[in-house]
Design a protein around this ligand. Structure first.
Ligand code: SF4
Ligand code: SF4
Length: 346
């Protein structure tokens, strides 16, 4: 069982010695039983850190934000940032290191094992509680989640399989492979769903059925871009889907202006949304670490994991490649093998 006091002590020690400028972690949420991300900079704040199955967010997003802020600052603080990291968070950090987004010495990874379970899906929990609201959610043991409901004295143990986030059910590495220290037990294979369970189920549909499914989802997309905003891998300063950069000079003709390339319009119609999602999925091929954040924040419940895990599955089956598992490995799309059987590569 993860001892949260040990995490607090470790974070306080890092801050006390000035070895990090801040620690990214979780604290008790003010609006619900679910934890909220926090950045602490003082030793005294370390006591507010929590760790339980409500720590949903991939905190790597805030490492990216800090990196951008420091790059823009006149007097940047280049000390490392400490980060409380689950298995999927650590893989996200791994991808950013593989891509040289920042350096290993820029981050102190305070790893936490998800042990026998993972994090809870708020939508599944809400359905399970049938309108009641959880006041406390905690680990119970190897395969259960303890839930206390507002106004009730007793706690209920819900089997983990019924309320865990889908990505946790399929997770192949519930312990941070990249870390400076790990709290909690190292776990091996878990007996929930097989890896790529949902992607395999989707593959069993016919092409027409798959297109009808995605046409329905693309039609519902609001183009709010919450999925992009929450993704630590979507760090480009300018995104292809909302590029507005077009240098107009005195010599730019009206025709050139009219014909300037627009890769994708912002309007929320089915074909434009299809372009947005397929472009994003391709940009995430070999990079998405299945943290599920994009799907979690989507206000209309579009199953974005299906798109991204399909590409993750292809990368694994064709190249035995797992994003973020090995920071010494070259990124999938920036490398090739001499023995590649396809002639186009040579
Ligand atoms: S695409 Fe979604 S699941 Fe993949 S890294 Fe980004 S937020 Fe996480
Ligand atoms: S998929 Fe969901 S989160 Fe992403 S742009 Fe569409 S509505 Fe927004």
């Amino acid at each position: 069982m993860v001892n949260v006091e040990e995490i607090r002590d470790y974070a306080a020690n890092l801050l006390g010695k000035g070895e990090v400028k801040s620690v990214l972690g979780f604290r008790r949420g003010s609006a619900s039983a679910f934890a909220e991300p926090c950045t602490i900079t003082d030793v005294g704040e370390a006591a507010s850190l929590v760790w339980d199955p409500t720590c949903l967010n991939n905190l790597t997003l805030y490492l990216v934000k800090d990196h951008k802020q420091q790059a823009a600052a006149k007097t940047p603080d280049n000390r490392p940032v400490g980060i409380v990291a689950k298995g999927c968070d650590s893989r996200a950090i791994g991808v950013l290191l593989q891509e040289n987004y920042f350096k290993r010495e820029d981050v102190v990874v305070i790893g936490v094992s998800c042990e026998g379970t993972g994090v809870v899906d708020p939508r599944k929990l809400s359905a399970k509680l049938k309108g009641r609201t959880a006041s406390r959610v905690s680990f119970y043991g190897a395969d259960g989640i303890n839930v206390r409901v507002y106004g009730e004295e007793t706690e209920t143990v819900i089997p983990a399989q019924e309320v865990l986030a889908d990505r946790c059910l399929e997770c192949r590495a519930a312990i941070p492979t990249l870390n400076d220290i790990v709290f909690g037990e190292a776990v091996g294979a878990r007996e929930f769903d097989e890896p790529f369970h949902a992607a395999k189920a989707a593959e069993s549909l016919s092409a027409d059925e798959r297109w009808a499914t995605w046409e329905h989802h693309f039609d519902r997309c609001l183009r709010c871009f919450a999925c992009r905003a929450v993704c630590p891998m979507c760090y480009c300063p300018e995104c292809v889907v909302d590029s507005t950069t077009f240098v107009v000079t005195l010599g730019t003709s009206a025709e050139e202006k009219a014909n300037r390339i627009r890769w994708c319009e912002r309007s929320a119609n089915t074909s434009e949304s299809a372009v947005y999602h397929l472009t994003r999925a391709i940009h995430l091929a070999g990079r998405c670490i299945d943290c599920g954040e994009c799907e979690r924040v989507c206000p209309v419940n579009i199953p974005l994991r299906l798109l991204n895990t399909k590409l993750e599955k292809e990368a694994f089956e064709m190249f035995e490649y797992q994003a973020g598992h090995d920071i010494e490995q070259a990124s999938l799309l920036s490398s090739f093998r001499d023995e590649d059987p396809n002639s186009f590569i040579r």
